[in-house]
Design a protein around this ligand. Structure first.
Ligand code: PMV
Length: 326
């Protein structure tokens, strides 16, 4: 596309996500269930006045007001690698754009912030350069960007973020099986934050090492999580929240056994259950990050108990279609 035909301003939006079951086991080909949430990332693209770009400018809480410039001499920094990828794929016209990022999704907490950033950025670029990207194009580039952020990712995060609906996801080698789950009842969560996690890449790599030492034991746990995914899918279809809560608690137990929970996350899960949550579990890669509580009408009590214990938290509607937030 001729750069002179590019519009001067374009935006893109993508939601964050929670994983109900299947974090880590998804990396080994097991089924996972994930839902989008009504918090996300918005990207605006504008034409840069000076030809020294591109740059990424953060607004609000997302990048905490930081600005990142593309450093041609660096191949190390993640943002430099992202810029390099975009230059390779979109060409020299990328030199002249400024990327402005805003959002209400906490970063680095296992809530899909890198996937939401990648997808909203690609949507904005598609609009800006009139590329008319479909979901398959967005998925192709988002997976490449997720691999920069996370090492080899299963693809679960960017898939649920793009679909913006509850999904069952399974990746066996290069093949992805994705099923949309029609929710019978809306899902109301309270999300507790236990501080930024150690990075998905690290969590996946450390678990890989532990698994190598006791292959069979870990394989049993992954099979257990796969069984929970099948049952949670049915609970979502039936609107059986009590069953879903119980399955979330069991999944949390398995994730503790995998060594990806922390005392803070476990504490948050106990608080939530004491306040009437039907279930509570870690969500995402772990080692810190976030947990989810299935609130069952007790949202305010759970939220205020989290805050009283010194944790940041927020309410989230999960599984809803967030297209109207774009
Ligand atoms: O990036 P997170 O914290 O949302 O974790 C993604 C889920 C993992 O299973 C840990 C990694 C993956 O690629 O599936």
């Amino acid at each position: 596309m001729d750069k002179d035909k590019a519009v001067n301003y374009a935006v893109g939006y993508a939601p964050g996500k929670v994983i109900l079951v299947g974090e880590h086991s998804a990396v080994y080909g097991h089924e996972a269930i994930a839902l989008p949430i009504d918090a996300g990332v918005r990207v605006a693209i504008t034409r840069l006045g000076l030809k020294n770009g591109p740059s990424i400018r953060g607004l609000g809480s997302f990048f905490m007001g930081q600005t990142f410039y593309f450093d041609r001499s660096s191949t190390q920094g993640i943002i430099s690698q992202v810029f390099q990828y975009l230059m390779d794929k979109f060409g020299p016209r990328m030199q002249e754009v400024e990327i402005i990022v805003d959002g209400d999704l906490p970063r680095g907490h296992g809530l899909g912030s890198s996937a939401a950033f990648s997808v909203s950025l690609l949507r904005a670029l598609s609009n800006y350069f009139s590329l008319q990207f479909g979901d398959a194009d967005i998925a192709f580039h988002a997976h490449a960007l997720e691999n920069i952020f996370h090492g080899r990712s299963s693809g679960l995060d960017h898939t649920v973020v793009i679909k913006d609906q509850a999904i069952s996801f399974q990746r066996i080698k290069e093949e992805m099986k994705i099923e949309i789950i029609e929710l019978k009842v809306p899902i109301s969560l309270v999300i507790g934050l236990a501080g930024p996690h150690d990075g998905t890449k690290n969590a996946v790599a450390k678990l890989f090492e532990r698994k190598k030492r006791m292959q069979k034991i870990y394989d049993h746990i992954f099979l257990g999580l796969n069984g929970i995914a099948i049952e949670i899918k049915q609970a979502l279809l039936d609107g059986n929240m009590a069953k879903m809560g119980e399955l979330m608690n069991i999944a949390h137990g398995y994730l503790c056994a995998l060594g990806v929970s922390t005392t803070e996350i476990d504490h948050l899960c106990s608080i939530a259950k004491n306040q009437g949550a039907l279930g509570a579990k870690i969500t995402g890669a772990g080692g810190g990050g976030a947990m989810i509580a299935l609130a069952n009408g007790n949202e305010d009590a759970i939220l205020s108990a989290f805050n009283s214990a010194g944790f940041m938290a927020f309410k989230a509607a999960a599984g809803a279609n967030n297209q109207n937030l774009r």
